[in-house]
Design a protein around this ligand. Structure first.
Ligand SMILES: Cc1ncc(COP(=O)(O)O)c(C=O)c1O
Length: 289
């Protein structure tokens, strides 16, 4: 398996990052995960835009937004060379502030960023898509810049582990009585016949899949509100689902041990899953044209 590291394609087993790398020492970096279907990237523009926003927010120099499409080309070459051009795969792209003697403040702006790209096959959780996943809620103890896709994922790691130990697939974060997002996804609910998802704030990641689902919901003529989902609203939720690059639209059938709605895949979730699959297939066809 080949990866890209700082300008070179190398065997993954031979790729080495300095122990002084600020990603390793401080979690000082950002990343993206991009879906690839039959060799075609899905929503690559939105991912690169979010990456550029994250780099700017962290003031990581040395990688201009205009250089990001070139990195995508490298990533797509990796997809080919790693024989992942058939079926589902992901691109992982990470940029850190580079390697420098350990001190909290930024190193000189001339410090080159560390740029890493890897690819992997993607196994979509078909059974969960059909029958729904189990989820838990957990207090959102993350920082106040969850809108940045930082590699600093410790609260997300701990929350996901808590979910796994509870026999669940996802942990949904709750801050001040309202859902923000989840350990690795955004959250939607059907409440009072409306599709609801929390509005974008600094307390949640602006998910690329979230945006696509909101667009699809509008196209389908669904009543949609970007409005807080409070924990007290959840008993009225007829449907609940999470969205992310690696899972698309993943229904949640049970939350904190209680069935959501009728406990089966709801009609809104099903329509959005179908619309999403159609959008993805269309993007692949357009890319192939
Ligand atoms: C905390 C968090 N929220 C939401 C998402 C979903 O984002 P996207 O749809 O861009 O993959 C992710 C994806 O990893 C995430 O880590």
């Amino acid at each position: 398996m080949l990866v890209y590291l700082n300008g070179r394609l190398v065997e993954k087993a031979n790729a080495a990052v300095s122990v002084d790398d600020r990603g390793f020492l401080f979690g000082d970096g950002v990343y993206e995960v991009i879906r690839v279907c039959d060799g075609r990237p899905f929503e690559a523009g939105a991912h690169l835009e979010r990456l550029a926003t994250g780099l700017a927010a962290l003031e990581i120099p040395g990688l201009a937004p205009g250089e990001l499409p070139g990195l995508l080309d490298v990533a797509l070459e990796l997809v080919q060379r790693n024989e992942l051009a058939r079926g589902d795969a992901t691109i992982y792209l990470q940029v850190t502030r580079g390697a420098a003697p350990r001190t909290h403040a930024f190193p000189p702006a001339s410090t080159p960023p560390t740029i890493y790209i890897a690819t992997a096959p993607l196994t979509r959780p078909h059974a969960l898509h059909e029958h729904g996943a189990v989820a838990i809620t957990t207090p959102d103890v993350r920082w106040a810049r969850c809108d940045i896709k930082s590699v600093n994922l410790l609260p997300n790691v701990l929350a996901k582990q808590q979910a796994v130990q509870a026999g669940a697939a996802e942990a949904i974060f709750v801050r001040d009585g309202a859902i923000t997002d989840a350990a690795s996804s955004n959250v939607f609910a059907v409440i009072d016949d409306e599709l609801r998802t929390p509005p974008l704030t600094n307390y949640l990641l602006p998910g690329v899949t979230r945006r696509v689902v909101l667009d699809l919901a509008a196209e389908l003529g669904l009543a949609v509100r970007e409005q807080p989902i409070f924990v007290r609203d959840l008993p009225r939720a007829a449907e609940l689902f999470v969205t992310a690059t690696t899972v698309d639209v993943l229904p949640v059938r049970q939350l904190d041990g209680r069935a959501v709605g009728a406990g089966v895949l709801g009609p809104v979730t099903r329509r959005l899953q179908a619309a999403f699959a159609e959008r993805l297939a269309g993007a692949v066809r357009a890319g192939a044209a």
